[in-house]
Write a protein that binds this ligand. Structure first.
Ligand SMILES: *Cc1c(COP(=O)(O)O)cnc(C)c1O
Length: 462
């Protein structure tokens, strides 16, 4: 048993030895870190025994709540057999069974599962597969050595993933390392890049995409997209039919459609996968976050028979996909992922989700009236509240006001944990969240927005 240390000691050591992700450590070092020791259902519990609602699903990974008995059991049972053996040259039962189950629930036509460890690596794998596929299968169709993606896209933090990403604040510093790509405007209707209004625009933002595909398909191996929701951009939701049209265009111009369902997969949008809302089968799909129900780092890239066939040949043809990780197909991760899929069936998670989605919409409605709420976007159980300094002109708060951060500190003091993206508050509770927990979360959210925007306004005009 690990020795139990006092919170103050742990806090000291945290500030002395650690470097946290996406965190200005100078600011962090001056604060008391919140140290989570346990969890139960929709709650996280700190070292002092204080309970918080997990409003981010522990950053978009948890589905059925913390300490779910079936998931706990699956992990413990697997531990009684083996924690890990390599997937290079060997296989293991949970990884095999999980692949079969995944293919059952995937959009029709996806047939093969390639494991990795996190969302970024699942994306890297999909990019490399796409590039190698064209070289081996259709070298005559062009060099096909780059990708099209949307602006504000987020596909992870590794170099390949940020090459196809475009969140200026995260990526600008690394420009010299990135490979060149093609970019198109996203369907960000609240701040439409074309200054049009949906639906009268008739999705005019698709025209430039078609133009790029038409003119540059010989250079394009794939179009990578977060289907339906650009999550890290602040839950930018695509209008209905947008994804289907992208699929048609990719097919027409011989460009692979890569769906990054790392955030949207496993029920978040109301269906198992976002692509299934529009009957779309991508050529490659990256999954991770919800794959293990938020228990273990595991990811997969799933693809079609057509792509898979492109890698077959005699040993000495060297059409092998030369990629793999030390923990590929990790049995603990796969065992808990299998249990995760079982819970979906047993507890009818997707059916039970529908009333929660409607309730979320209804409860968020009154927040639209708040004087600094510019836009609320929701798809399934993913929601974003974009705060603005001036509602009329949509003028954003300056980043240094840290409005999102302040609002989430306020929410924390009221018992709700959030992680904002700049001026955008994100609410993405576990799928298992009860209606009363959902109500509490949104009540706290509203109170926190009101308190923070008021304090800021009075601070600015003393
Ligand atoms: C989180 C995320 C990733 C990166 O996943 P990691 O596990 O953090 O590497 C990739 N794509 C999308 C859409 C994501 O939301």
């Amino acid at each position: 048993m690990a020795k139990k240390y006092r919170t103050a000691t742990l806090a000291d050591w945290d500030r002395t030895y650690l470097w946290h992700p996406f965190t200005q450590m100078q600011q962090w070092e001056q604060q008391e870190p919140l140290i989570i020791e346990r969890g139960k259902g929709s709650y996280l519990i700190d070292t002092e025994g204080k309970k918080y609602l997990d409003g981010t699903s522990s950053i978009w990974v948890n589905l059925h709540g913390h300490r779910h008995p079936a998931l706990d059991r699956a992990l413990k049972n697997q531990l009684d057999k083996i924690a890990h053996s390599t997937f290079l040259g060997l296989s293991n039962p949970p990884a095999i069974q999980l692949a079969r189950e995944l293919i059952r629930i995937m959009p029709k036509g996806l047939k093969r599962v390639f494991y990795s460890d996190n969302g970024s690596t699942a994306v890297e794998v999909s990019l490399k597969m796409a590039i190698q596929y064209w070289q081996q299968r259709h070298p005559n169709l062009g060099p096909k050595n780059t990708f099209l993606h949307l602006k504000l896209a987020y596909h992870g933090d590794t170099i390949g993933a940020i090459s196809v990403g475009s969140i200026e604040l995260f990526h600008a510093r690394f420009k010299s390392l990135l490979f060149p790509t093609l970019e198109a405007d996203p369907p960000y209707c609240y701040r439409c890049p074309l200054n049009q209004t949906y639906p009268s625009c008739q999705m005019a933002c698709l025209d430039p995409i078609e133009r790029i595909l038409k003119e540059q398909h010989r250079d394009l191996a794939g179009f990578i997209i977060e289907p339906l929701v650009q999550a890290a951009a602040g839950m930018i939701t695509a209008p209905p039919g947008y994804l289907k049209r992208i699929r048609e265009l990719c097919t027409k111009y011989n460009v692979l459609l890569i769906a990054d369902e790392v955030a949207t997969g496993f029920g978040r949008t109301g269906k198992m996968f976002a692509c299934q809302h529009e009957g779309v089968t991508p050529d490659l799909m990256a999954i991770s976050k919800g794959l293990t129900g938020g228990y273990m780092p595991l990811a997969a890239t799933v693809t079609t028979d057509e792509i898979y066939q492109g890698f077959l040949g005699k040993y000495e043809d060297f059409k092998t996909f030369f990629h793999g990780h030390s923990y590929t197909g990790n049995p603990l991760g796969c065992a808990v992922a299998l249990a995760n899929l079982n819970v979906f069936k047993k507890e009818k998670t997707l059916a039970k989700l529908q009333p929660k989605i409607k309730t979320m919409t209804r409860l968020l409605q009154p927040l639209r009236q708040l004087s600094h709420v510019g836009n609320i976007r929701q798809r399934g159980l993913m929601a974003a509240i974009e705060l603005v300094e001036d509602k009329g002109t949509k003028k954003p708060y300056p980043l240094e006001a840290q409005i999102g951060h302040r609002a989430s500190i306020e929410a924390r003091s009221r018992g709700l944990l959030l992680r904002p993206i700049g001026n955008i508050l994100i609410l993405m509770p576990p799928l298992s969240t009860s209606l009363s927990e959902l109500t509490s979360m949104i009540k706290i959210l509203q109170a926190s927005i009101e308190a923070t925007t008021l304090a800021l306004a009075s601070g600015q005009r003393p």
